[in-house]
Structures are given as structure tokens and as C-alpha cells.
Design a protein around this ligand. Structure first.
Ligand SMILES: [Fe+2]
Length: 247
């Protein structure tokens, strides 16, 4: 091969190499663009999912507020009991991904009271057995109201079973022990804590310390002993702070 022939070959190879490099670089840019597009799509999806979750939450809170608005004495009971219940669920080791549905259940636990006449719900004196039977239907009415609301998931179990007792003497299904869904067992303790520490027209609320003794006393009869043990890992100060932000 002549010297000029060799130069031609080198020039051709160089040109080919340069084309290859240009193509590789163009492909890389394209891939980077795809990756950026994909990241943007993920970001938008995340935002949309977040917005959806927020609107679920706002809807549930609106419904919960509508129930609360009927009863001037309980004030923000649903919000407080939800805050206590979520703290308890954390302490009891409930997986984070279950908490959203459980929280909805806590907020809506008494939604079935819309089916109980005011004259019975707010009757100042003792209830007749028939009147009590009507009130005792509110967990069933509540779970019927929410039956087809898919996103509430496990929360619906709280609504149905929030008045069950560990010893099987609660209502509506008289479920015993761990046949009661865990979220409902957790709710029962949170609900008792709020009932004991909130002023009512007929009595003043007790301090957290006294309420804790009362709840311990009923571990194994009214409450799941494991949930009461989890409850005991949370300080009075933590509950007081939760109450202060939900009053
Ligand atoms: Fe209830």
C-alpha cells in the first residue's frame, strides 16, 4: 500500500470512529432524555397519588365532622381518639402501610349514629333495654353505610367492631380475644382514654395517670392485654400533647 493509500485508510477509519462516537453520544442523550421523562412521569404520578390520598382524607374528615357536629359535648372526640389510636398502633407495631385505612376507621367509628334518633342518643336518663338495643346497632349501621367504600379497607372493621370486648361480651358480634380485628382492639383503648380524660356534663375528666390505672384494671376483660402493654410504653406527656393539638 502506498503512503497516500495508508493515509486514506486512516482518514476513513477516523471518520468512521467519529461517526460512531457521534451516534453513541446521540444515543446517550436520547437515553438521558427518556430517563428525565420517566422521572417526570413518576413525579407527576406521585403527586397525583398524594392528591388522591389528601382528598380521601378530606372526605373522611368531612364525614367525621358531620357526625361530631351533632354532639356538642364530645367536641373533637374523633380527632383525639384518632391521634391516640395512631400513637398506640405505632407502639403496637402495626405496619405503616396499614395506618391510613385504620386512621379512616378511627375517624368514622361512630358514623352509624346518624341512624339513631336524637331523643335516644342524647337521652339524659337511663336507657330502656329497647333504647340501648337501638344504640347498640350503630356499629352495624355504620359498616352498612360504608360497605361499598373500597378505599376504607381495614377501617371498616374498626367501625363494625369498635364496641367488642376482649372477653367476648361486647357488641355487635360478641367476638372474643384476637378474633376482634387488632385495629378495633387498639381503638377500644384509645376511646376509653378519651372518654376518661374528657369533661362530660355529668362529670369532670380524670387525669391521664388515673385513666391509665383504670385501663390497666380492665386489661384481659375489656381490653387486649398486649394493646394495654403497648399503651404503657407511651407517656402521659405524649398523650397530653396529642390532646392539646386536638382540642
Ligand atoms: Fe361507638
Amino acid at each position: 500500500m502506498t503512503a497516500s493509500g495508508t493515509e486514506d485508510t486512516v482518514a476513513t477509519l477516523r471518520a468512521r470512529l467519529q461517526r460512531t462516537e457521534e451516534q453513541a453520544s446521540a444515543r446517550q442523550h436520547q437515553l438521558e432524555r427518556y430517563a428525565a421523562d420517566l422521572r417526570e412521569v413518576f413525579k407527576q404520578e406521585r403527586t397525583r397519588a398524594q392528591e388522591l390520598r389528601e382528598s380521601y382524607k378530606a372526605t373522611v374528615r368531612a364525614l367525621s365532622n358531620a357526625v361530631e357536629a351533632r354532639d356538642a359535648y364530645t367536641g373533637r372526640h374523633a380527632e383525639r381518639v384518632t391521634a391516640y389510636g395512631i400513637a398506640l398502633a405505632h407502639a403496637a407495631g402495626v405496619e405503616a402501610e396499614r395506618l391510613a385505612q385504620i386512621e379512616f376507621g378511627f375517624l368514622l367509628h361512630d358514623v352509624g349514629k346518624v341512624g339513631v334518633p336524637d331523643a335516644i342518643l342524647f337521652k339524659p336518663g337511663a336507657l330502656t333495654p329497647d333504647e340501648f338495643a337501638l344504640i347498640a346497632r350503630h356499629p352495624v349501621i355504620g359498616s352498612e353505610i360504608l360497605r361499598d367504600v373500597g378505599f376504607l379497607g381495614e377501617g371498616k372493621l374498626v367501625v363494625r367492631h369498635h364496641h367488642e370486648r376482649w372477653d367476648g361480651t361486647g357488641y355487635p358480634d360478641r367476638l372474643p380475644g384476637d378474633e376482634i380485628p387488632l385495629a378495633a382492639r387498639i381503638f377500644a383503648v384509645a376511646d376509653a382514654l378519651d372518654a376518661l380524660t374528657t369533661d362530660r356534663p355529668y362529670r369532670r375528666g380524670t387525669r391521664f395517670e388515673r385513666a391509665r390505672e383504670e385501663i390497666r384494671k380492665h386489661a384481659g376483660s375489656q381490653f387486649d392485654p398486649d394493646v394495654v402493654a403497648a399503651f404503657d410504653t407511651i407517656s402521659d406527656a405524649t398523650f397530653a400533647a396529642l390532646r392539646a393539638t386536638n382540642t
